[in-house]
Design a protein around this ligand. Structure first.
Ligand SMILES: NC(=O)c1ccc[n+]([C@@H]2O[C@H](COP(=O)([O-])OP(=O)(O)OC[C@H]3O[C@@H](n4cnc5c(N)ncnc54)[C@H](OP(=O)(O)O)[C@@H]3O)[C@@H](O)[C@H]2O)c1
Length: 327
């Protein structure tokens, strides 16, 4: 049984004192049972630690302070974000928005051609590469924190149809640029490269309609575009990298930030009257997704109410919180 004796704490006052002066006496066990060594050690250390000022303790404190400062500096460092398809209609808006927020982001773009690069300003941060060739996208992905994928196969309209005769347009894909090559293989290469480079978040823009294999978009140019897009989305969801899949409704070239955005899952929004969204709003959601944990590991169907109805969306954390679907 331990007996308690008062002992003077002559060594414990730090100089200059930055804490309330220590009590003059503390109760310490002077006789201890064999088994209590450990508890004595922890008792004495935790009790005295705040008052001790040994070189070891000081360097630990400085180290901790340094670590905290460098951690907060790392947190406030702008994230480097690559947007692929940066010459495209939505991709170019994302690239522009990232450049406008230079305190928060270091923007990079990937485009397929020099012409596309010129179209978006021709800056050094725009890389030229083809996502169907893994080695040509690697340089753009090195060193980035986040990736926004806005590449897509683009169906082309065949010439020579006459709407006045009630003819309907026909579409085709160029050789080698079918959705299988672009929306599947090309996206897969980007995800693989991002994984190798330790990218912390991937936002992938796809399309609503993927739950129905008979969706008319699949018959455009016999490309099965939604099926290949969905395969890439699944690959991303299985990759282990934090992701946000944005399945947009019909895209419109309209002003962003003035409509109430709607989120959903499993194409439910396609059964409603609100099935479209401005490209500028999709672009904003892509960037906002990078800022909120609530957007991670989620698949989001995205549309908006018509302008003038509802309240324009400003709280993106709340928007992402509504989503529960992981795929
Ligand atoms: N249109 C709609 O109504 C609709 C609806 C829902 C979802 N979406 C989806 O939303 C996304 C954005 O659509 P959007 O209309 O804004 O896109 P977009 O203008 O068609 O842009 C697609 C981009 O992909 C690039 N690209 C294609 N093949 C490439 C390759 N092999 N290597 C590198 N880049 C390549 C194109 O580059 P080039 O400029 O060099 O061709 C183009 O910049 C797409 O995934 C689209 O499918 C569209």
């Amino acid at each position: 049984m331990a007996t308690l004796t008062r002992v003077p704490l002559i060594f414990s006052c730090p100089s200059p004192p930055r804490r309330p002066p220590p009590r003059k006496y503390a109760c310490m066990p002077t006789t201890l049972p064999e088994s209590s060594t450990l508890s004595f050690r922890s008792f004495s250390f935790s009790f005295f630690a705040p008052f001790l000022s040994t070189p070891h303790n000081k360097s630990n404190k400085s180290f901790r302070r340094l670590r905290a400062v460098s951690a907060s500096m790392a947190d406030s460092r702008p994230s480097t974000v690559l947007v692929t398809g940066a010459g495209g209609r939505t991709g170019s808006i994302v690239y522009r928005k990232l450049k406008e927020r230079s305190g928060q982001y270091v923007a990079r773009g990937l485009v397929r051609t020099e012409e596309s690069k010129e179209k978006i300003g021709g800056a050094k941060d725009v890389y030229v590469g083809d996502i169907r060739e893994a080695e040509s996208i690697a340089p753009a992905i090195q060193g980035i924190d986040a990736l926004i994928i806005l590449t897509s196969a683009v169906p082309k309209m065949k010439h020579g149809f006459d709407p006045s005769k009630g003819e309907r347009p026909e579409f085709y894909y160029e050789d080698g640029a079918y959705p299988e090559q672009v929306d599947w293989i090309g996206q897969k290469y980007q995800i693989d490269a991002a994984k190798d480079a330790g990218v912390k978040h991937i936002v992938l823009v796809g399309s609503m309609g993927g739950t129905n294999p008979n969706n008319p978009l699949n018959s455009l140019g016999n490309g099965n575009i939604l099926i290949w897009k969905r395969k890439a989305e699944q690959y991303l969801a299985d990759s282990g990298i934090p992701y946000t899949i944005i399945r947009a409704g019909g895209l419109q070239d309209k002003e962003g930030g003035i409509r109430e955005l709607l989120v959903g899952k499993d194409d439910e929004l396609l059964q409603t009257e609100t099935r479209t969204i401005a490209r500028a709003d999709v672009a904003e959601v892509c960037i906002q997704a990078l800022q909120f944990e609530e957007a991670k590991f989620k698949a989001i169907d995205l549309a908006s109410k018509p302008e003038g109805t509802g309240t324009p969306t400003k709280d993106f954390k709340a928007l992402f919180s509504q989503v529960t679907a992981r795929f």
